[in-house]
Ligand binder design. Structure first.
Ligand code: NAD
Length: 306
């Protein structure tokens, strides 16, 4: 029997926890909960004797791993896993998994929702424009990117995409034009929607020069990670290109400075892309099932620190 800890500063919905409990206990494992913790010391104490941890945006670093002597697997219920120190996990022989795709539709619906809000001038009562017929450029055709393509097509948008690792044929098979490069995507799109992970390669990659190739009146929308944006460069560009808009679901460090571009900048008050009842439950249940599969069959299909 494995002891599984759900450690969440910001808890799952109660229905999600009930479902996860059924899944974990149904497989003969034990579930313990640490919710709304305020001090790292509480996390360090809670992990002392557990075999597995399910987290959301909670930080799992080397110190937590040192304190968790029996820990074998950490599952991040969600897509991004930059809150887990992968190198430390590998050094500790701990498997790290995410639950890809479970919140992708939620993020995609938010993208189109914020876009409508933006092109209608933040609902200020003045005439705006429409999305139909506009070109949306999707940077990274992963789980979220594919869902954005599906929803954008419903709006009658022209959809183009670029992904460094997904073959062009797979993009075209989804009825989307594949761009040969990130640069081509930025030049052709009226709206660029970012769906890249934050990696050594992508961090700060959305910079002054790249964004300066965007069409007149273009919109950059970021529901990925703030780290991929070169904030200083984008601020500089928006100061001289008064036609550009930056819309984000991840508040930039320089939020106050971006906010000076009135009518051209919007940030959700906090990351909301995956904040739906459905995504919350889907990701939590998927995490619980992945932990059962690991302890029952050694399944590591979703391991991210291979
Ligand atoms: P995913 O792993 O399914 O897809 C990521 C895609 O990025 C893959 O297709 C990969 O090939 C591609 N990629 C990686 N490096 C690239 C590069 N240098 N250039 C171009 N493409 C590259 O992930 P996902 O579930 O689609 O999530 C995408 C992003 O959205 C992540 O940054 C994730 O953290 C973020 N996200 C945010 C929210 C939110 O609440 N706003 C919710 C879910 C995901």
């Amino acid at each position: 029997m494995a002891k599984v800890l759900i450690a969440t500063e910001k808890p799952f919905a109660a229905t999600a926890v009930a479902g996860m409990k059924d899944v974990i206990e149904g497989a003969g494992n034990e579930l313990v909960l640490l919710e709304k913790y305020t001090e790292k010391a509480q996390l360090l104490a809670a992990v002392a004797d557990v075999d597995a941890i399910i987290i959301r945006s909670d930080k799992i670093d080397g110190e937590v791993m040192d304190a968790a002597k029996n820990l074998k697997i950490v599952v991040r219920a969600g897509a991004g896993y930059d809150n887990v120190d992968l190198a430390a996990a590998t050094a500790h022989n701990i498997i790290v998994e995410n639950t890809p795709g479970q919140n992708a539709n939620a993020v995609a619906e938010l993208v189109l929702g914020i876009l409508v809000f933006t092109v209608r001038n933040f609902y200020n009562g003045k005439a705006g424009s429409e999305l139909m017929g506009k070109t949306i450029g999707i940077l990274a055709f992963g789980n979220v990117g594919r869902n954005v393509a599906r929803v954008a097509k419903g709006f009658g948008m022209n959809v183009i995409a670029y992904d460094a690792f997904c073959p062009a044929e797979a993009i075209e098979a989804a009825g989307v034009k594949a761009c040969a490069s990130q640069e081509e995507l930025f030049k052709e799109a009226d709206i660029v929607s970012l769906h890249i992970p934050a990696t050594a390669e992508t961090k700060l990659s959305i910079n002054y020069d790249l964004c300066n190739t965007m069409k007149k009146g273009a919109i950059l929308i970021n529901t990925a990670r703030k780290e991929v944006i070169d904030e200083a460069g984008l601020l500089r560009l928006m100061a001289c290109r008064e036609d550009l808009k930056y819309i984000t679901d991840i508040k930039p460090d320089a939020d106050a400075e971006f906010a000076k571009f009135e009518g051209r900048y919007f940030s959700t008050p906090k990351k909301m892309g995956a904040q739906t009842a459905e995504a919350n439950t889907n990701a939590g249940i998927a995490a619980a099932k992945q932990i059962n599969a690991y302890f029952a069959e050694g399944c590591t299909k979703f391991q991210v620190n291979k």
